[in-house]
Ligand binder design. Sequence first.
Ligand SMILES: *Cc1c(COP(=O)(O)O)cnc(C)c1O
Length: 597
Amino acid sequence: METYGIDIWGENNFIIENGLVKVNHASKPALINLVKEIREQDYKGPLLLRFPHLTQLQIDKLFNLYENAIKEYNYQGKFNAVFPLKVNQLPNFLHPLIESGKKYNYGLEAGSKAELFIAMTYNKTAPITVNGFKDKEMIHLGFIAKKMGHNITLIIEGLNELEIILEVARETKLVCPNIGLRVRLFNQGGGVWAKSGGIDSKFGLSSTEILEAYEMLKKNKLSGYLTMIHFHIGSSMTNIKPLKKALKESGHIYAELKNLGAKNLKAINIGGGLAVEYSQFKKSINYSMQEFANDVIFTLKNIAKQKNVDEPDIFTESGRFIAANSTVLITPVLELFSAEYEANNLRLKEINPPLIEELNSLYNDINSKMALEYMHDSIDHLESLLKLFDLGYIDLQDRSNAEILTHLIIKKAISFLEIDDFEEIKRIDNKIQEKYLLNFSIFQSLPDFWGIAQEFPVMPITHLNRKPTRSASLWDITCDSDGEIPFNPKKPLYLHDVNLEKEEYYLAFFLVGAYQDILGMKHNLFSHPTEINIVFEDGNMKLEKICESQKIIDILEDIDYDTDEIRNILYANVDKETYEILDKYLNDNNYLKTTWS
Ligand SMILES: *Cc1c(COP(=O)(O)O)cnc(C)c1O
């Protein structure tokens, strides 16, 4: 049976049982049952399901990995982690995360003033780190956070930020927060996001600037506030080698600064980058998570020993690893494009062009032995007939018959081949794909697919006891040709041949909890899907924090239309019935509604 690589990317969080995808937790509900329950409350269109228990699981994993490694190597430094807010700032994701992290004193990382406000509001005692480019206001805000009792570290990206820190300290007389130095490493990360590291990186201080920064701090009697060295070599490192190099480089910078007299320097912040396995076909990550933690501890221990300094505390800011698996996007399939190619739509004539007669007999005579050959022949015939149409030799009715017959032959052939010779079919997948129209927007819900061709595991949530026979390309409902996930023969997606008039068919995209929510854009004014937290408590399942997809009128307000004006103009000269319809539609969301989708 086709399992869509769930054993590669699924981490046992989701399982297939009796043809259904189920949540592998508590009562093990099938995703289709969750979907039905939610839709019974009249929430239709695409759904975003969040599973806070999976966020909890990832936090537990992260802290356990390092606890194991610290024990194994008898490491003297402490382990700390912060969640980088840019990965997912939405309250329905974040509140459960903060709750889950309390027992570990799990903190937050902020990269902008808005994120810092979130951290200052919802983080009581856990550490806050601040990265990114900062102005005087943001640095001042850091001082205020410190005054309010937060355990905050401002990590500077350049000497100018340090100068502002000195300025704010002088002007406000407030106590200085902890200071970290982001170091610009020679050793770059791998992967699509590698621009964060390396000698020509946008971020961090060169070795000359590090020395200068230390001297500036010393001269201003603030060197006691230097507590942290930071690096972040890039997101989703699938290869561990760059990390090892970066650890060595930053470990030595830490030790050198200690030996220069930075007595309160006590931590190395290794940034994020723990990878998530998105592949449905072949593992892409070349290390285990425990190996990653062991390498961190082992490398830093050795450097501390070599340079005779205290073993540093460790901070990590991994976000993708914490957030990705918590969220599943469910999209109803609205249409299979070839659905109109039905035998009862044929308009055969008394006398048909010879190639059509030929197609007709292929269709009537096809059997399992000749399936592949007939399918090839039919595709050739169709190509010839389309040429004839362009030259004006056959009419529209003939062309329609040719298209229908060819699709019928392909379908029949596939159903024969399903039994015997499924492998063969892969060779000609490109020509016989089915297009599946999904009720969602790629721009809103999978922006990283659009922007950087990031793959996300996708599979149907039902029908898994049946062999999928259609090579599929997926189309969203935006009017944009980029709103397509094309069929890729190297990583083929097969879906079921379903009759949507008789049965429902949903696809789920997994691992969409990191970055997608906030990067999503309102192309064609499609807003976020309806979101729901699925919470398990004492074996009981609850649907919480339902956040419905935005109403059209609210979307228009968001982009600064005067909604009173819109109503006034629309309603000015209409009868009551029309008014009521307009008003209903304006107050509904923008996704498509068919009888069931
Ligand atoms: C983006 C970012 C992270 C998070 O990276 P992940 O790959 O999601 O773990 C951590 N630290 C900094 C400084 C970042 O910019």
